[in-house]
Design a protein around this ligand. Structure first.
Ligand code: ADP
Ligand code: MG
Length: 325
């Protein structure tokens, strides 16, 4: 290990772990954990590559927030309570102002969610950030993709399509009349998604089926219907939109671009299924957390996902979401 690499880890990433289930964190060859014995562990990892998962112009702080958020969103989708993170960082150069901003935002996020950074790796190359997140699940209160039943309702948290629209705002001059506040809201949805951790933990008392929407609703709901061997019907008129998204479209075209909303990705909201008798309880939880949850359709036996407009007519969409290859 070169001295400067050591300095970087020391200066920016070595923190005293804030959790008593961490025995040994950064500084040794591996971290040591003493996980509580009455839980199972959920483990996930996601890589963000500059120019692929975030625009090259994204700030260091936004990259740090997003790298953590997308991983905590995966944990939320399993109803896992976040506990520990590792960080593998690939940097083109040692840029201290960038590192200071990145690490500050990173540590703010870990504090906010009560997770400990317990190790990582630092290498040189094209900018890439890999975060691994680990957390606790209650064995009988886990959310999975394979637990949807015919007759369940389909819900999503938050609003859809904001991040995809933000990306279009950055990439084109198609939209240029949007108000500053709307633009900033949409960009924050792209750069700093909010993982629905608290809601997911409470939701798991009422259902056992969820996924997080990262590649677009059609693709991700498709993972539920495939794993659960069922189909789904989406009522397009029920899809939840932010007022910022509606404003931007109102200023440019007449209605939201549903193709982009359904397949654009980067929403980091939860899509879950629910028996109708639990609707009220879940609505209450969402209200307490000041989180919008919306019923957007139902689970069917058809084996496919069908979208219908307000008249009940089927509407087809091409491309089922973001694909890397
Ligand atoms: P080794 O060569 O033994 O793998 P490293 O030089 O990769 O050791 O890392 C030294 C220590 O610093 C390890 O405890 C590792 O987990 C930690 N570490 C390295 N890079 C990071 C990083 N970016 N963030 C957090 N911890 C890191
Ligand atoms: Mg190493």
């Amino acid at each position: 290990m070169s001295a400067s690499e050591f300095d970087i880890i020391q200066r920016y990433f070595t923190v005293t772990p804030s959790r008593d289930d961490v025995v040994l964190a950064i500084g040794d060859d591996a971290a040591l954990l003493a996980p509580r014995s009455d839980r199972q562990l959920a483990i996930t990892v996601d890589t963000l590559i500059a120019g692929v998962h975030f625009p090259e112009t994204t700030s260091a702080a936004d990259i740090a927030c997003k790298a953590i958020a997308v991983n905590l969103s995966d944990l939320a989708a399993m109803a896992a309570e976040p506990a520990w993170l590792t960080l593998a960082l690939t940097l083109p150069t040692i840029d201290e102002p960038w590192l200071a901003e990145f690490s500050q935002a990173f540590h703010n996020m870990t504090q906010h969610y009560g997770v400990a950074l317990i190790g990582g790796d630092t290498t040189r190359g094209a900018l890439g950030i890999t975060v691994q997140a680990m957390g606790y699940v209650r064995q009988d209160k886990v959310l999975r993709r394979d637990a949807a039943d015919v007759g369940d309702d389909v819900y999503v948290t938050g609003t859809l399509g904001d991040a995809a629209l933000a990306l279009r705002l950055l990439q084109s001059d198609l939209f240029d009349g949007e108000a500053k506040a709307d633009r900033e809201f949409l960009l924050s949805r792209l750069n700093r998604p909010t993982p629905r951790v608290e809601f997911a933990l409470a939701l798991a008392d009422y259902t056992s089926c969820a996924i997080d929407v990262s590649d677009g609703l059609l693709a991700d709901l498709g993972h539920i219907t495939t794993a659960s061997d069922c189909g789904a019907e989406i009522e397009l008129s029920c899809l939840p939109f932010s007022s910022a998204l509606l404003n931007v479209y109102a200023n440019n075209t007449d209605s939201p671009d549903l193709q982009s909303v359904l397949t654009g990705g980067d929403d980091y909201e939860l899509c879950f299924t629910l028996k109708p008798e639990h609707a009220e309880a879940v609505k209450q939880i969402a209200q307490t957390l000041d989180l919008r949850v919306t019923r957007i359709g139902s689970i069917t036996a058809s084996g496919e996902i069908v979208c219908r407009d307000q008249q009940g007519d089927m509407v087809g969409f091409s491309n089922r979401g973001y694909q890397h290859f």
